[in-house]
Design a protein. Structure first.
Lengths: 310, 87
């Protein structure tokens, strides 16, 4: 029996829950699942800051959603100011009784799209030399914008504006990790998904241990906006990884990007898209084109990683 | 007088649920995958060493049932049925 089921969670993880039950997030919420795993890995001595809207959704009507201290004053770009304040507050009296030697701190971005649309925040993340871990939850809202573009303006109008080749390529290349972060010299950059939980937890631990700024993008399948059955949340993450649409990779300081969950043969991208009802009227030729681009990007990424290792 | 059913307990998620997970102890190997994947943290370890759902917080999404490697979790209907649906 042991050889058949080698993963025994009680031996691998602590039972402490810092993201407590009783929230009003949707059924099968991928973001809640990710935040729960992240909070479990960060432990008790962490300060979480996120926009107030997320707090309201996560904690419900009463402020009891989080076991960790929750900073309510931060929103969007102010999260970074708050992080600076917290870090500087810890420095003057390191030997005082009760003072923390090390603050585990995660700045939670609401969404990858919000994060990338704020150039000031991106600039401060990349250039700032803070001992912080930035976790950016990505529920693929940019794909909604793409879907809206493919809908014809008028009923019966058969030639909608389809995005061009270069636009699609840029979207696929930089959607997981934004370009400034990709080319920066941050100490740890990674992508993760709650469908591969041990991979996610290991990356969070590495990000916390790395000296300097760390950035982790987390794919969070969303049953409400992607329109799929809530019980398929994990399945969606697995399919995103298997199709190469969201490759799980990491880069430690001074090394190349490395694929942590390599896929020998990629699944067709249509499997992933057709499992979500929001793509029901998405043009088929666009899916095929994006599938080709995803395969090329994945091959390039794998080739670069192999070349640097050799 | 009509009594409206208004939720008073905002810590509870009972009003979300249409199905509830039920564990089959003979099939369960206590691997804890259900505990790991529960988005609400509603799956807990009981005194016997088996997992069970805290029905106050479970929303009945069915992720635990879908991910169980031995298929020991079944989702039972919890909604009141119409007379013609009862067999």
């Amino acid at each position: 029996m042991t050889s058949l089921y080698p993963v025994y969670v009680p031996k691998l993880l602590s039972r402490d829950e810092h993201f407590v039950s009783g929230r009003r997030s949707c059924k099968g919420c991928g973001k809640a699942l990710s935040v729960r795993m992240v909070c479990k890995m960060m432990g008790k001595e962490a300060v979480v800051s996120a926009p107030v809207a997320f707090r309201g959704r996560a904690a419900g009507c009463l402020p009891a959603g989080m076991g960790s201290p929750w900073d309510e004053l931060t929103s969007g770009g102010q999260a970074l100011s708050c992080a600076d304040r917290l870090l500087s507050a810890g420095k003057p009296m390191p030997d005082a009784p009760g003072a923390r030697r090390k603050i585990n701190k995660a700045v939670i971005g609401l969404d990858m799209r919000v994060f990338t649309k704020d150039p000031l925040m991106l600039d401060r993340v990349v250039k700032g030399n803070r001992d912080a871990l930035y976790i950016c939850y990505d529920s693929e809202m940019y794909m909604d914008a793409l879907i809206k573009k493919t809908i014809p303006d008028l009923f019966g109008h058969e030639s909608p504006h389809l995005p061009g080749r270069q636009e699609l390529r840029n979207l696929i290349r930089y959607k997981n990790i934004p370009l400034p972060v990709l080319e920066s010299s941050l100490s740890y950059v990674a992508t993760a998904c709650p469908s591969h939980p041990l991979d996610l937890l290991c990356k969070i631990r590495k990000g916390l241990r790395a000296r300097g700024t760390s950035f982790i993008g987390v794919l969070t399948p969303c049953p409400t906006t992607w329109l799929f059955n809530p019980e398929l949340t994990v399945r969606m993450g697995v399919m995103a990884v298997e199709t190469g649409f969201y490759p799980l990779m990491e880069r430690e300081s001074g090394s190349a990007y490395r694929i942590t969950e390599p896929v020998a043969r990629l699944r067709p991208l249509a499997d992933y898209f057709m499992a979500q009802h929001r793509y029901v009227a998405f043009p088929r030729q666009l899916i095929d084109l994006m599938g080709e681009m995803v395969s090329e990007e994945y091959a390039g990424l794998a080739g670069r990683a192999r070349g640097k290792d050799a | 007088m009509i009594e409206l059913s208004i939720t008073e307990d905002f810590h509870s998620n009972q009003d979300w649920r249409n199905h509830k997970p039920v564990w089959d102890k003979e099939k369960c190997v206590q691997c804890g995958i259900c505990y790991l994947f529960c988005p609400d943290g509603a799956v807990r370890l009981n005194d016997e060493g088996y997992y069970e759902a805290d029905l106050k917080y479970c929303k009945g999404c069915g992720l635990c049932s879908r991910q169980c490697p031995t298929g020991s979790i079944a989702m039972e209907d919890e909604v009141a049925k119409w007379p013609w649906q009862v067999r």
